[in-house]
Design a protein around this ligand. Structure first.
Ligand code: PMP
Ligand code: PLP
Length: 463
C-alpha cells in the first residue's frame, strides 16, 4: 500500500502494558503454523462446511445515483462465488483469524489510503465490531487497572464506562469550541505527578460527542505536536468523520451531493501521523447501520498484531456474514466511487438537518441557549441559561422533568462530564445535547418550542 520511501513507524513497544511488550504469536498461528496445501489439517476444532445449512444469502442494496441504472443493487453470497472479489459463503461462515476477512480488509485498506494517505510505511487495518469494542481494546494495549488516560472534559459515556469497568482513571483535559486545547494538554502533561505515567489520550476529533466540536487542521497539528512532545499515543475515535458538512447555510434548500463532493474533509489525525502514534478507530455505525456491528482500526502493524491477539481471545472477528455483505456491497456493487457517493449523500442530508435545526434553535431559544454551530456529526451542544434558577442545585433535574411534561427529550450534559478541571467555576453550567439525526425534520420546530417552554417554566419558578 504505502510508498516505499516512507519511514517505518517508530517503536512504541515500551508503552504497552508489561505483558504485551514481548511479541506473542497469535494463538491460531502458534498452534497451526502456516498449513501448506499438502497438509491434512486436523489441528483445529473446525466444523465441516458441508454441514452449514445456509446455502445462499441475497441482499438488495440501495444503489448510488452515480452508478449506471443497469446496476440493480442485488448481491448474492454463495458457496461457489463465481465473480466478484468477496469470499465464498463457506469461507465467510468458517472460522478465521483475528484480523478480519481478506476482501473486507482489502477494501478498507484502499479506502484508508484514499481518505487519509498515511505518512508511514507499515500501517494496516484490522476488522472491528465497531468503536465501542475498539475503544476497549485500543485502551487495553496501553493501560491496565490503576493507570491513567487523558480524555476530553466532556466525552462519550460508552468510553467512560469502559474505563470504569477496567479501573482505568480518566484525566480530563479542557476543551473549547474546537475540542481539546493544546496548551491545556501541554500543561497537564508537564505538571503531571500521578501514580502512573500518561501514555495515551482518547479523543473524538470530528463532530465530537457530546459537544459537536470539530478540530480545525491547525488544532489537529497542535495536538499532534503536543502528543509528540510528551510521547502520547492518540486514540482517534472518529465515527462522525465522514459526516462533515461545513459552515452554516441560511438557505433551507438541501445541499446537493455535488456540493458536498467539492467540500474537502478536515484531515484526520491519522493523516498527520508521521510517527505511527495514532490508533484510528472507524465505525460503520453512522455511515451504514449501527447494528451491523462492524468497523475497522488503522495503526502500525505491530500494534495490530496485539489487537489481533485480543480479538482472538474475545470476538475472533466480526460476523463473517456481516463482513461478507459489506464487502460485496463495497467491492462489487458500489465500488469506491459509489461508496464515496453514499458518504456525500449522507453529508448533504446532515447538512440540511443542521441548517434547519440551527435556524429553529435561533428562532425559538433566543436568550435561553447559546451554542457553536456544528460543522460535522449529529449533535447541537447547548449551554442553557436558567437565569435566577441557575444557583439552585435542583434546576437541572427540574428542567428535565419540565421537558418531559412538555414532550421533548434531550441528553443532559452531566453524564458526559468527566469531572472538574482548571476551568471549573463556582457558577454551575447547564448543557443539553440535542441529536438532530433521528427526528423528522418537521418535528424540529415543535421540539425546540417545547424546550423553550420548559426552560421558561424553570426560570419563572424561582421563589
Ligand atoms: N469454548 C469451547 C469449549 C470451544 O471448544 C470453543 C470452540 N472451539 C469455543 C469456546 C469458541 O466458541 P465460539 O466460536 O462460539 O467463540
Ligand atoms: N464513539 C463515539 C464518539 C460515539 O459517539 C459512538 C456512538 O454513539 C460510538 C463510539 C459507538 O460506536 P459503535 O457503534 O461503532 O460502537
Amino acid at each position: 500500500v504505502a510508498a516505499s520511501s516512507q519511514p517505518q513507524a517508530i517503536d512504541l513497544t515500551h508503552m504497552f502494558i508489561p505483558h504485551l511488550r514481548k511479541h506473542q504469536k497469535s494463538p491460531f498461528k502458534a498452534v497451526m503454523g502456516n498449513p501448506t496445501l499438502e497438509m491434512i489439517n486436523m489441528a483445529g476444532g473446525v466444523p465441516n462446511p458441508s454441514t452449514f445449512p445456509l446455502l445462499q444469502i441475497q441482499a438488495k442494496v440501495r444503489t448510488s445515483p452515480s452508478l449506471n441504472s443497469e446496476q440493480d443493487g442485488m448481491l448474492s453470497l454463495e458457496h461457489t462465488q463465481l465473480n466478484g472479489s468477496t469470499e465464498s459463503l463457506n469461507e465467510l461462515l468458517q472460522y478465521n483469524d483475528g484480523r478480519g476477512m481478506a476482501s473486507y480488509c482489502r477494501f478498507l485498506r484502499q479506502f484508508t489510503q484514499t481518505a487519509h494517505s498515511p505518512k508511514y510505511a507499515d500501517w494496516d487495518v484490522i476488522a472491528s465490531c465497531g468503536n465501542t469494542d475498539s475503544i476497549a481494546k485500543a485502551v487495553s494495549l496501553f493501560c491496565q487497572q490503576g493507570d491513567h488516560i487523558i480524555v476530553e472534559k466532556y466525552t462519550f459515556p460508552g468510553a467512560l464506562s469502559n474505563l470504569e469497568f477496567a479501573k482505568i482513571k480518566p484525566v480530563p483535559v479542557s476543551m473549547d469550541n474546537e475540542g481539546v486545547v493544546p496548551e491545556a494538554l501541554d500543561a497537564l502533561c508537564s505538571g503531571w505527578s500521578g501514580s502512573s505515567p500518561l501514555r495515551a489520550i482518547y479523543l473524538i476529533p470530528t463532530g465530537q460527542n457530546p459537544t459537536g466540536a470539530t478540530m480545525s487542521l491547525e488544532r489537529r497539528k497542535a495536538i499532534y505536536a503536543t502528543a509528540q512532545k510528551h510521547n502520547l499515543v492518540i486514540i482517534e475515535d472518529d465515527p462522525y468523520y465522514f459526516l462533515q458538512y461545513g459552515p452554516m447555510q441560511d438557505s433551507t434548500d438541501k445541499p446537493s451531493v455535488a456540493d458536498m463532493r467539492k467540500q474537502l474533509l478536515v484531515p484526520s489525525l491519522l493523516s498527520l501521523d508521521t510517527d505511527g502514534r495514532v490508533i484510528r478507530l472507524d465505525s460503520f455505525s453512522k455511515i451504514l447501520a449501527p447494528n451491523l456491528r462492524c468497523g475497522w482500526i488503522t495503526a502500525p502493524q505491530y500494534m495490530l498484531d496485539r489487537l489481533q491477539i485480543l480479538n482472538e481471545s474475545t470476538i475472533l472477528q466480526p460476523s463473517g456474514l456481516t463482513q461478507g455483505v459489506i464487502s460485496r456491497m463495497l467491492n462489487d456493487v458500489w465500488g469506491i466511487k459509489g461508496w464515496i457517493d453514499h458518504l456525500c449523500t449522507l453529508r448533504a442530508d446532515y447538512a440540511a438537518r443542521r441548517n434547519l435545526f440551527v435556524q429553529m434553535a435561533r428562532e425559538h431559544l433566543a436568550g435561553m441557549a447559546t451554542f457553536t454551530v456544528p460543522t460535522a456529526g449529529m449533535f447541537l451542544w447547548m449551554k442553557i441559561d436558567l437565569g435566577a434558577a441557575s444557583a439552585d442545585s435542583t434546576a437541572m433535574p427540574r428542567l428535565l422533568e419540565a421537558m418531559k411534561k412538555c414532550g421533548v427529550m434531550m441528553a443532559p450534559g452531566m453524564p458526559f462530564n468527566v469531572g472538574t478541571d482548571d476551568t471549573a467555576t463556582s457558577v454551575p453550567e447547564y448543557y443539553l445535547r440535542a441529536a438532530f439525526a433521528l427526528a423528522d425534520t418537521d418535528m424540529f420546530a415543535p421540539a425546540l418550542k417545547r424546550l423553550g417552554q420548559a426552560i421558561a417554566s424553570i426560570r419563572d419558578s424561582v421563589l
